[in-house]
Design a protein around this ligand. Structure first.
Ligand SMILES: *Cc1c(COP(=O)(O)O)cnc(C)c1O
Length: 458
């Protein structure tokens, strides 16, 4: 996990950066390297108390190691610690942010837009719903029950009424329930999730856009986790492919480079289809906006100080790995997707009856969930927890998730999930390209741990 994949690369870049400022009088910088070394020793030890997120055997939550170029560029930028609030604080890094965000918008085919980086997907969604509320005051926000919980909270912060519609047995927003809400005539914005956080379900954006024609509402796409799958439509099943093909019809969109985009934390992104929404951000700053006639990013962002280093890291990553279909970055995504399909296949073809994958379909992106076979939901939940712990002792780290029991019961898959309670399931996010090559080793450990737990039980 070296920050410097080729030893010396970062120090050579640091020397180059120093030479950019060589005309300044030299600085005396007395630092106590012994004391720093001692503290760093303690830090290394403390950090050991983490799951090994960088390793392919960590296959639990949405954690993906930043690319070495992102880490090096971030560290390099730390020599200056630019602030992308205003050009005074980050002239070069503001330019890099503008370029990087334009590339992200380009991935969705948006040539004209307003957008910027944020410190997180939560903040990015907050800005999108804030603009939604400005455009349609008093109207409701509607999302699926599988939408990220942040939307309900954000709506409360913004004092916008929020309603949830049930999801179907694949975790996608239920269209009949949505239409029932729309008929009430007071829906201002529908939050469409392309890749739910729990299972990677893709809401039917194409069909929701057809409803927009009829009912007239704003569409906000939350693709914080799933947005980059836009690059690999050929690897998706047709419902997800059709949904991603609809992104050009959305009014706003959120994507998190710090989830699938190989970035360190502190990097979300919000895009607006109509650049004129910039008018809502308008304000006068007595402090910051004097040195340049060009746009300061703080003039189109709710956050003030933002890490310029995050923009530098993103720019560097997208320069090395452009966001193009068929490119190296897209191939990395496709590998995680392939690993997820294979794991789902192994679970389905396992004859032991221990594993119950989703009853109505396979994973849509790169998250796999499965229930354990048991007499009662309580027993299945307990088994999930025991196997989760038994895997960890074999260095395989999965995650747990509570899902509707009905999703695992073979039945009429067109119906919405009836209210028969939740069950704790195992969940694996296979978002690292290396997961594909490691899948056999992951499966071996899962089988070993499951055998132990089931045998203990009988
Ligand atoms: C992760 C996630 C969020 C929240 O983003 P943060 O960057 O964690 O604040 C919102 N929506 C979806 C769909 C997500 O997966």
């Amino acid at each position: 996990m070296p920050i410097d994949p080729v030893p010396g690369l970062l120090s050579r870049a640091t020397e180059l950066l120093e030479s950019e400022f060589a005309s300044l009088p030299a600085l005396e910088a007395p630092i106590d390297t012994t004391a720093i070394g001692e503290v760093l020793k303690a830090v290394s030890h403390r950090l050991g108390d983490n799951y090994p997120y960088f390793h392919p055997l960590y296959a639990g939550q949405m954690l993906k190691p930043p690319h070495p170029v992102a880490r090096a560029a971030y560290a390099l930028a730390m020599n200056l610690n630019p602030n992308n609030h205003a050009r005074d604080g980050g002239r070069a890094s503001s330019e890099m942010e503008i370029e990087a965000v334009r590339q992200i918008a380009g991935m969705f085919g948006w040539a004209e837009f307003l957008g910027h980086l944020t410190s997180s997907g939560t903040l990015a969604n907050l800005e999108a719903l804030w603009v939604a509320g400005q455009l349609a005051p008093g109207k409701r926000i509607v999302g699926s029950e599988q939408a990220h919980y942040t939307h309900r909270r954000i709506s409360a912060v913004l004092k916008l009424e929020y309603a949830e519609v049930p999801a179907d047995r694949l975790g996608r927003m239920g269209l009949e329930a949505l239409e029932a809400e729309l008929r009430k005539g007071d829906v201002g914005t529908v939050v469409v999730t392309l890749g739910t956080t729990a299972i990677g379900a893709v809401d039917p954006l194409d069909r929701i856009l057809a409803l927009k024609e009829r009912y007239g509402f704003r569409v906000h796409v939350d693709a914080a986790y799933g947005g980059y799958f836009q690059l690999i439509p050929e690897a998706l099943e047709s419902p997800a492919r059709r949904a991603f093909a609809g992104v050009s019809g959305a009014d706003s969109l959120v994507i998190d480079p710090h989830k699938h985009g190989l970035q360190p934390y502190g990097c979300g992104c919000v895009l607006f289809r109509d650049p004129s929404v910039g008018r809502f951000y308008k304000h006068d700053s007595p402090y910051t906006y004097f040195t340049s006639k060009q746009l300061h990013l703080g003039e189109i962002s709710l956050e003030c100080s933002r890490a310029g280093a995050a923009a530098v890291a993103l720019w560097a990553t997208q320069t090395l790995l452009p966001l193009t279909p068929g490119g190296e970055f897209a191939c990395g995504l496709a590998k995680g997707r392939a690993a997820a399909k294979r794991l789902d296949g192994l679970l389905r073809s396992d004859g032991s009856g221990r594993f119950r994958p989703l009853a109505c379909g396979a994973p849509e992106l790169d998250i796999v969930v499965w229930k354990l076979g048991a007499e009662t939901p309580a027993e299945a939940s307990e088994l999930a927890q025991d196997i989760f712990a038994a895997c960890a002792t074999r260095d395989l780290h999965l995650a747990l998730v509570q899902l509707p029991l009905s999703w695992f019961q073979p039945a009429d898959c067109d119906g919405s999930s009836s209210d028969v309670g939740l069950v704790t399931c195992l969940r694996s996010v296979l978002m690292k390209p290396e997961h594909d090559a490691w899948l056999e080793r992951i499966w071996e450990r899962l089988m070993g741990a499951s055998a132990d737990v089931f045998e203990r039980q009988t």
